[in-house]
Design a protein around this ligand. Structure first.
Ligand code: SF4
Ligand code: SF4
Length: 464
C-alpha cells in the first residue's frame, strides 16, 4: 500500500515500512503502522519516526548519461527464421512484422556493420550479440564472423575495447561443435527455457512437434559444462499460473539448476496471446514471493552459491545502495537486421519510425535525431513513474516495450510494472526480516557482496 512518502506492507505479524524519499526500510509497531495507514501524523511515535527519517539524505535522481565514443552493444538479427513457434513470441517467430522474405545475415553485412559502428564509435564496442529468430540456424556465418572480428579487428587494433560476445538461443540446435566454439571464443549464452516440461512445451512449441524441453534436457552434459557462461531466461506466462501450487517454484528453479547456469531471469510475459498472457495477478504475486524467498534463502545458506537471479539480485542491490537508475542506454547501442537496416535495439525493429537508416548510409541525419530523442527521454518524464513507490530503484521501464505496447516512449507496460512491484515488496519484506537477526544479517551481507561480482558491482552493500 503506497501512502504519501511510504510504502507499507504487513506479513506474518511483521509491519514493514519503506520510506520512499530516503530508501530506508524499518520494522514498526502496530500503533505506528496503523497511524501511517490512516494518514495520522499527530501520534508522538510517528512524529519521532518522521523526524528521524527526515534527517536522512534523499535518494538523488539523475538524467541519462551522455553519449560515448564507446558503443555499448551491437546486436545482430542473425536469422529471421526460427524452428520454434512460441505462443508469446514478440517477433513473430523471427519474421518481424510478419515478413515473408525472411533472410539470414551474410558475412558481408556483419563486416560492413562493424565498419559502420567503428567509424562512429572509435573506442570500440563493449559487446556483440547474436539474436533472431534462432541465430543457430545461421551458425556457420556467425563462426566466420567471430573469427574475422578477432583476427581483423581485435588483433590488429590493440587499443580497441576487448569486446565480449553473446548469443540468445532456444538451444534446440546446439551440439558439441557449437558448444565447443562458444566456449573457445568466450561467447556467453542466454538460453530461453520456461522451466518444467509441461509448462515449457505448452508455450514453446516446436515446428516439428517435438518437445523443446526434452531436446535441451537430453543434452544436459553439453549445457552443464563448467566452462560455458550460461544464463537462463524463463518467461513466466499463464501456463505457470495454471500449474502453480504452493511450494512448486522451488522445484521449477531446482530443475533449471541442473543446467548449471550462472544466472537466471524470470520475467513476466508481455503479450496479447490469449493462451499465455497473465490474467491472475494474485497467483503471479505468490510465484514471485516464492522466487524472492528462494534466492534469499540460498544467499543466506549456501556459502559457495555460484548462480543467481540477476533481476532479484540487481534490484536488492539498488535498494541497499539507494541507487537511482534513470533508464537503459538504448541511445548507445545498435541493432542491425539481415538487410543492413539499423535500429536502436531489437525492441524497435518492428517500428518503422525508429528505423535509423542502414549501414550503407553516408549521412546520419535520421539516426542522430532518433538517438537525441532517446537520450533526452528518461524516467523523470514518465507520468506513471512520478507517483510510483518503486521509482527510485526501478529498472523495468523499457522505451522499446513502451513504444511497442503503448505507442509512445513515455508509457509503461502494466504487467511489467506489476511484476516489478511484486518483487520489490518481497525483497523489502525479506530485508526487514533480516533486521531482526544480526547473525543472519551478517551472513547474508557477506554472501551477497561476494555474489555481486556477477553484476560487475564494486561497491559493497550493507543492511541498515
Ligand atoms: S525461439 Fe525465440 S524467436 Fe523463436 S519463436 Fe520462440 S521466442 Fe520467437
Ligand atoms: S514500476 Fe512502472 S510505473 Fe513504477 S517506476 Fe517502474 S516503470 Fe515506472
Amino acid at each position: 500500500m503506497n501512502i504519501g512518502d511510504f510504502y507499507l506492507t504487513k506479513t506474518n505479524k511483521l509491519n514493514v515500512i519503506y520510506h520512499i524519499p530516503s530508501g530506508n526500510i524499518c520494522k514498526v509497531s502496530d500503533e505506528i503502522f496503523d497511524c501511517l495507514k490512516r494518514n495520522d501524523y499527530d501520534n508522538q511515535e510517528v512524529i519521532k519516526l518522521l523526524s528521524a527519517l527526515n534527517e536522512l539524505p534523499v535518494i538523488k535522481t539523475g538524467k541519462n548519461k551522455p553519449k560515448s565514443e564507446l558503443l555499448n552493444n551491437v546486436l545482430f538479427i542473425s536469422s529471421e527464421n526460427c524452428n520454434l513457434r512460441c505462443k508469446y513470441c514478440f517477433v513473430e517467430h523471427g519474421r518481424y512484422n510478419g515478413k515473408t522474405d525472411t533472410k539470414n545475415m551474410d558475412l558481408e553485412t556483419y563486416i560492413d556493420s562493424i565498419r559502420y559502428a567503428l567509424h562512429r564509435y572509435p573506442k570500440g564496442i563493449k559487446s556483440i550479440g547474436f539474436f533472431g529468430g534462432e541465430p543457430l540456424l545461421n551458425f556457420d556465418t556467425i563462426k566466420e564472423f567471430v573469427l574475422w572480428y578477432e583476427e581483423s579487428v581485435l588483433n590488429k587494433n590493440k587499443d580497441l575495447y576487448r569486446t565480449k560476445f553473446g548469443i540468445v538461443t532456444n538451444g534446440t540446435l546446439a551440439n558439441a561443435d557449437v558448444i565447443n566454439f562458444l566456449i573457445e571464443h568466450d561467447i556467453a549464452v542466454t538460453l530461453s527455457i520456461d522451466g518444467p516440461k509441461d509448462v515449457n512445451d505448452s508455450a514453446r512449441v516446436m515446428v516439428n512437434g517435438e518437445s523443446s524441453y526434452d531436446i535441451i534436457f537430453n543434452n544436459l552434459d553439453l549445457w552443464s559444462n563448467d566452462k560455458l557462461t550460461l544464463g537462463i531466461e524463463a518467461t513466466i506466462n499463464n501456463y505457470h499460473i495454471k500449474n502453480y501450487r504452493p511450494g512448486i517454484v522451488k522445484d521449477w528453479i531446482d530443475n533449471l539448476r541442473k543446467l548449471n547456469f550462472n544466472d537466471l531471469a524470470m520475467f513476466t510475459v508481455v503479450t496479447d496471446n490469449e493462451d499465455t498472457k497473465i490474467t491472475d495477478a494474485i497467483t503471479l504475486g505468490k510465484i514471485y514471493n516464492e522466487v524472492v524467498d528462494y534466492w534469499f534463502d540460498k544467499i543466506l545458506n549456501e556459502d559457495d552459491l555460484k548462480c543467481v537471479d540477476t533481476f532479484v539480485l540487481g534490484m536488492t542491490n539498488n535498494i541497499l545502495l539507494k541507487r537511482y537508475v534513470s533508464s537503459c542506454s538504448v541511445y548507445n547501442s545498435l541493432t542491425v537486421d539481415p538487410c543492413g537496416k539499423t535500429f536502436p535495439c531489437q525492441m524497435f525493429c518492428q517500428s518503422g519510425s525508429y528505423c535509423m537508416g542502414s549501414i550503407q548510409d553516408q549521412t546520419d541525419t535520421k539516426r542522430d535525431k532518433i538517438i537525441e530523442e532517446l537520450m533526452l527521454t528518461d524516467r523523470n518524464d514518465v507520468k506513471d513513474c512520478k507517483d510510483c513507490w518503486v521509482r527510485n530503484f526501478c529498472t523495468t521501464w523499457c522505451k522499446g516495450n513502451s513504444q511497442n505496447s503503448g505507442g509512445n516512449l513515455t508509457s509503461t507496460v502494466r504487467i511489467q510494472c506489476l511484476q516489478t512491484k511484486l518483487i520489490a515488496e518481497r525483497i523489502i519484506y525479506n530485508l526487514a526480516l533480516l533486521l531482526s537477526d544480526p547473525e543472519k544479517m551478517a551472513r547474508f551481507t557477506r554472501n551477497f557482496n561476494r555474489l555481486k561480482d556477477s553484476l560487475g558491482e564494486k561497491q559493497d552493500a550493507s543492511i541498515y
